[in-house]
Write a protein that binds this ligand. Sequence first.
Ligand code: SF4
Length: 364
Amino acid sequence: MKITFPHMGTLDIVLSDLFSRLDVDFVVPPKTTTKTVNLGVKHAPEFACFPLKVTIGNLIEGLEAGADTIIMVGGTGPCRFGFYAEVQNKILHDIGYDFEMIVLEPPMTDIKDFIKKCKKIAPKKSLIQIFHAVRVGWKKAVAIDEVERETLKTRAFERNFDDTTVARKKALTVLEQAVTSLEIREAREEALSLINKVEKDHTRRALKIGIVGEFYVLLEPYINFDIEKYLGQKAIYLERPVYLTDWISPSKNNPVMGINSDEIKKAAKPYLSHFVGGEGQATVGHVVKFAEEGFDGIIQLLPFTCMPEIIAKSILPRVYKDLDIPVLTLVIDEQTGRAGIVTRLEAFMDLLWNRRKKKLSVVS
Ligand code: SF4
């Protein structure tokens, strides 16, 4: 059995670590490129949401690289994510690939089935060994997300162009090499200090923007045109409430940002009082929270046809009106070009700087 899986931000580092701990043979698909997107677009239905298309491209590249088994996660709720594995399975078999797909549904829906599948993935390990591997791997995943969070906060103030990006790369390499819990703890310290050591210009004025939206486009830099790096290097201090560990954590407390999901639901309640799938309700709640914390603006990212984010998008003008926080929504699919995104970001940054100046002149 040789496993493959789709890309999503730093997921490949986390899964490579876990499969190595479990003595599982695996192949990481090549990083997402235009070729990946084209493969997915060619074989997926035109109306499918963009992440489905890109992940089909990843899986084709993983199978071409020698994998014979695909691992996907399932899902519940009103959005289409719960059908991804079914659709991918059908499309890839229809176009001639021979493989087995293992779908890990959320453990609380059927714990016996979840355990059976874990045993199938790692037949050489006992349940206790699997649990231990997940527990240690989780610590590394959280440390990786902490590096991501600090990278966002630091980049806006870096004195020398690209220092933060270089430090992030080194920090992730340090973490990748750590194996035991002790090594991960030490690597975490070293990785965070690499980011903290980036020389900063604290006199620089920076806009504060919260970045929200659908988790896949938020987490996958190839798909979002590495928007975080672009904005950071334009002196934008960014905060993102969605991280990989937050997305997979069963806990209500986001392990990286410390945000409690009940609090976010409460913040969203005057505008959206129930779950609509994906991050829809959370997006509204986070925008309210960012507004209350005095952020200058919000960027919402969503894939074309993403139902939960479209619901959030239709509600956000009311939040803007009530809480006076501008929101720029960027819809992304295979037709989206970097130049169009950059133009809209530049216009948005101009608007936010002008608002900041006006507010300051009112105060003085
Ligand atoms: S959250 Fe949106 S883009 Fe993601 S799977 Fe659901 S509908 Fe598709």
